[in-house]
Design a protein around this ligand. Structure first.
Ligand code: ZN
Length: 164
């Protein structure tokens, strides 16, 4: 398959609607492998398909050498609360505090199409929620206060213009 490139704000694809994966075959495996390559190449811990320009409900998270592949993820339950700093490959140089649940259970499929309920907490709960946000067109800056959001948007637009 052709190699994918990282989409950076304000690329409109980051806001578009994503569709459930319905075919579990070699094409899906190739796509996920390409997403993992893109994530590693950019030193990310997570990547959602829209960040690679693909409008499907797929996310990958790499944490402590373990790769989590979430296909068609749905949040089943959440408990507790945590607040911490997040960044995003689609928002280079932007950081901000985001409030997330402490523990979540997500129903999702794997590369073979098998269904799993996965419970994670702390960092992984934060990473899963961040990537699942992407599948709903929700971005890091949407969690910021209006003032911080405006500042982040301006900074990125200015940098994009400087790059020409
Ligand atoms: Zn992100």
């Amino acid at each position: 398959m052709k190699s994918l490139r990282l989409r950076v704000f304000p690329d409109p694809v980051l806001r578009e609607e994503t569709l459930d994966v319905s075919e579990f075959g070699e094409d899906l495996k190739d796509l996920v492998a390409e997403m993992v390559r893109l994530m590693r190449e950019n030193d990310g811990v997570g990547l959602a398909a829209p960040q690679a320009g693909v409008l499907q409900r797929i996310a990958v998270v790499l944490y402590e050498e373990k790769l989590h592949v979430l296909i068609n993820p749905v949040l089943l339950s959440s408990e507790g609360e945590q607040e911490g700093e997040e960044c995003c490959l689609s928002f280079p140089g932007i950081f901000g505090n985001v409030r997330r649940p402490h523990r979540i259970t997500v129903r999702h499929r794997d590369l073979e199409g098998n269904e799993h309920d996965t419970t994670v907490e702390s960092f992984l709960a934060r990473a899963f929620m961040h990537e699942m946000d992407h599948l709903n067109g929700r971005l890091l800056i949407d969690h910021f206060s209006p003032m911080k959001r405006t500042m982040a948007r301006k900074k990125l637009l200015r940098e994009r213009q400087a790059e020409g």
